[in-house]
Design a binder for this molecule. Structure first.
Ligand SMILES: Cc1ncc(COP(=O)(O)O)c(C=O)c1O
Length: 492
């Protein structure tokens, strides 16, 4: 009989989900009275419903001695689903999985070729690993000012100039859904004898429908990081690290990946996060084609309805013959460009928030509502109608797009990030910071891409760009002083 808590009967192919269902049933019927952590002991009369569903991995999904082997089983199934020999399920998001991948690449002091539009987690991974970043930049799309593909030629050039490089890292698709030529990048990396790591945090569904792009591993990448919680029906913080390793003749050392991963995975991993990742993988394999195709159709129809609004543009793939030039975009990503409507993204975001429709990202010119395979026609129609009515309410004079400073930053490194991170630092007025070496990481959030990073020369242009984000109502994240009146710099 179908378990109402597992309506699509995934448990026979998802050992962690099966274990979660067993434990949860035991707690509900009183058969299990744990003398283990977590301290809430599944009682909802102390702090309330907030602890519902929280089953630990150790002492919950598996015994304290981990004799059941359920995690290994689930990870082998994940590896098979992505066609590789290595998979680990993370409870620390793509942040943790990215850092584990960076820790597996090289030795302290070696260089790594990496896109400057990287997520902060990768930059901190470089600090942990003591690598020296050699930046490559994506092309900026002339029509929108948004980041496009990371040029293969730039990666090839960077590798030729830095023969000590231990790997190449790119984020693909980018935060705004634009894509690079992964097969070309993998070819360039492999010609230099180094692995390609792809941070695909936003695209866990790639490769699971013929209408989706293939995932990076089938295009030659050596490792792929993805957040199951971002686009799949998994608990917050759920992520996967997948790789082709030395076990099957690959370039990435499996032992280093294991060690890097275990270095910062909690020893008290939340079983519900792991079980929902396992279930999401089973769902993708069993029903992915139907669910992902339906998602693509939902986003396609939302793009069509929104594009009929005067001045509004939605980001879509463009062929090489298009007057605005070639651009490849995740078919399930809804990116709404507002400049031609004159409406301000923060006003639209506030209206939507008021009606119970929080958005993933909004700045003056760009809105990104995340649509996933958990959405349906009614939720997306509600979103589209609310967007249209708010945009009409705030309509104004069309303006030029002002892309986030995260995409346009020109940085100059003076110290490697690790040296700068650990160097003595001081706090100076922002007016005195240009020319000094930055000690902290400062990023508009979203997208969390650093405009200033430890080791980079602070420039007046970077401060101006960050201040204009602030002035426009955006959030500056990770800075010790988010008002940007002061900046932390490396002491002289
Ligand atoms: C490109 C990219 N990589 C990694 C991450 C980190 O993911 P998580 O929040 O799952 O740790 C993010 C988060 O937004 C991201 O945008």
């Amino acid at each position: 009989m179908t378990d109402p808590r597992d309506p699509l009967s995934l448990a026979d192919d998802a050992p962690l989900l099966a274990a979660w269902l067993r434990f949860d049933a035991g707690v509900r019927d009183g058969g299990i009275t744990p003398f283990t952590i977590p301290g809430h002991k599944h009682r909802t009369d102390l702090v309330g419903e907030v602890i519902r569903g929280d089953v630990p991995f150790v002492g919950g999904l598996d015994s304290m001695k981990q004799s059941g082997g359920v995690l290994g089983d689930a990870e082998r199934r994940a590896a098979a689903a992505w066609g590789v020999d290595f998979a680990r399920l993370s409870v620390g998001g793509s942040t943790h999985a990215n850092q584990a991948a960076v820790l597996a690449l090289g030795r302290p002091g070696q260089s790594v070729v990496i896109s400057r539009t990287l997520h902060r987690s990768l930059l901190l991974g470089i600090v942990f690993a003591g690598l020296r970043p050699v930046w490559v930049r994506p092309e900026i799309d002339a029509a929108t000012g948004l980041p496009g593909a990371v040029p293969v030629a730039a990666v090839r050039h960077a590798l030729a100039e830095n023969p000590d490089a231990c790997g190449v890292i790119v984020g693909d698709p980018s935060y705004v859904g634009t894509m690079s030529d992964i097969a070309g990048l993998a070819g360039a990396a492999h010609e230099a004898g180094v692995p390609l790591v792809v941070d695909a945090a936003w695209a866990a569904y790639f490769g699971f429908s013929p209408f989706m792009p293939p995932h990076a591993l089938t295009q030659g990448a050596d490792a792929l990081v993805t957040s199951a919680h971002k686009t799949l029906p998994a608990w917050s913080q759920a992520a996967l690290l997948l790789a082709r390793t030395t076990r099957t003749g690959g370039l990435l050392d499996a032992d280093r990946l294991e060690r890097g991963f275990d270095a910062s995975q909690s020893t008290s991993a939340a079983g519900a996060i792991l079980a929902s990742t396992d279930a999401s993988r089973a769902l993708l394999q069993r029903h992915g084609a139907v669910l992902v195709d339906r998602l693509i159709a939902l986003v396609h129809s939302a793009r069509e309805r929104l594009s009929a609004v005067g001045g509004l543009v939605t980001l879509t793939s463009r062929g090489a013959q298009h007057p605005d030039g070639w651009l490849e975009v995740d078919p399930a990503k809804l990116v709404v460009l507002l400049a031609g409507t004159g409406a301000h993204g923060h006003d639209v975001e506030a209206d939507l928030l008021e009606t119970g429709l929080p958005l993933e990202m909004a700045d003056r010119d760009v809105l990104i509502p995340i649509v996933t395979l958990a959405d349906d026609e009614s939720s997306v129609t509600r979103l589209v109608e609310a967007l249209i009515s708010s945009i009409e309410r705030h309509r104004g004079a069309p303006r030029r797009m002002m892309p986030s400073s995260a995409w346009t930053v020109e940085s100059e490194s003076a110290l490697d990030p690790r040296t700068a991170f650990f160097a003595p630092h001081e706090t100076v007025p922002a007016s005195a910071a240009p020319g000094r070496v930055c000690a902290e990481l400062i990023a508009p959030y979203p997208p969390g891409v650093p405009v200033l990073a430890p080791g980079e020369i602070v420039t007046a242009a970077a401060i101006d760009a960050l201040r204009s984000t602030l002035a426009d109502g955006g959030r500056i994240a990770y800075a010790a002083d988010p008002t940007l009146r002061t900046i932390q710099v490396v002491s002289r």
